[in-house]
Write a protein that binds this ligand. Sequence first.
Ligand code: BJW
Ligand code: ZN
Length: 262
Amino acid sequence: MTQYKQDSNQSQVNNFTLPLQVADILKETHRITVLTGAGISAESGLETFRGKSGIWNQMKPEELASMDGFMANPGLVWEWYRYRRTILATAQPNPAHHALAEWSKLCKDFTLVTQNVDGLHQVAGQRAVLELHGNIRLNRCLRCGKEEDAELLASHDGIPYCQCGGQLRPSVVWFGEELPRKVLDEAIRASDSCQLFLVIGTSAEVYPAAHLPEIAREHGAATLEINVEQTRFSSQATVSILGLASQAVPAVLQTWKSLNLQ
Ligand code: BJW
Ligand code: ZN
């Protein structure tokens, strides 16, 4: 049951404190676009890239997440992706993923764009997900281009090969590589036509994904950020909520429901 308390400039929803301005931007809002990043999966046990305990504090992105890095040392890159798939094998969506999946079923025009490759939105029941950076659960052949499901718990080490003899790579987007054109076009369309744009658990450092909230803002949408830290987008956001995605997203959804589903 939703608990809703209010004082002069903030409200409490299920013990999470939201600025009152949140209600203003949620009321009569039916065209919503969401951009998620690694932070939404942090509470599912997956590491982020940047921030306090991010992967890039210890590892070099150009060695692990670029074609040059892969060509120089495919064994190292595969070792990293196998490690991440092992963690993913038991990871579960958290209340933030579940709240977004519920929201998408209640709202007529709801678009979820993610930079994440973990597939946890889909596991939570989210139907259409625009994956900007691919999906770690798939491999792609460097020779014939065929995509196939990967085993999350690999049965052997080393570099995997396709039936055609070509080398396989994880089907994700590395630095310097183009994002899937149709997916990016759809994400841009959903950003320039929404009333509300939510930015959840992303450092907003990586382009072109980081352009999407800017596009929404320039087209007049309200922008609501949820993050445990300030980001490069925080100062531009209509409202920036400092908090855990697993608490803030369900609280924002409850508020939207109480204002729009009567
Ligand atoms: C919580 C939380 C909790 C924690 N609750 N919050 C324009 C300007 C400058 C540079 C460029 C530009 N355009 C392109 C570039 C180059 C480059 C780029 O952006 N570089 C910048 C870093 C400077 N971009 C590219 O190369 C892209 N390609 C491209 O532009 O191609 C152009 C082209 C055209 C024609 C031909 C060829 C090319 C591709 C980018 C690919 C990014 N790939 C990665 C790896 C994917 C595969 C994998 O996962 O293995 O994608 S890098 C990594 O960063 C991953 C992520 O999706 C991406 C974004 O990270 P994200 O999601 O924001 O995570 P973090 O870790 O950064 O932030 C987590 C946040 O969560 C933090 O803020 C925490 O505080 C917060 N948090 N716990 C709420 N519980
Ligand atoms: Zn092949």
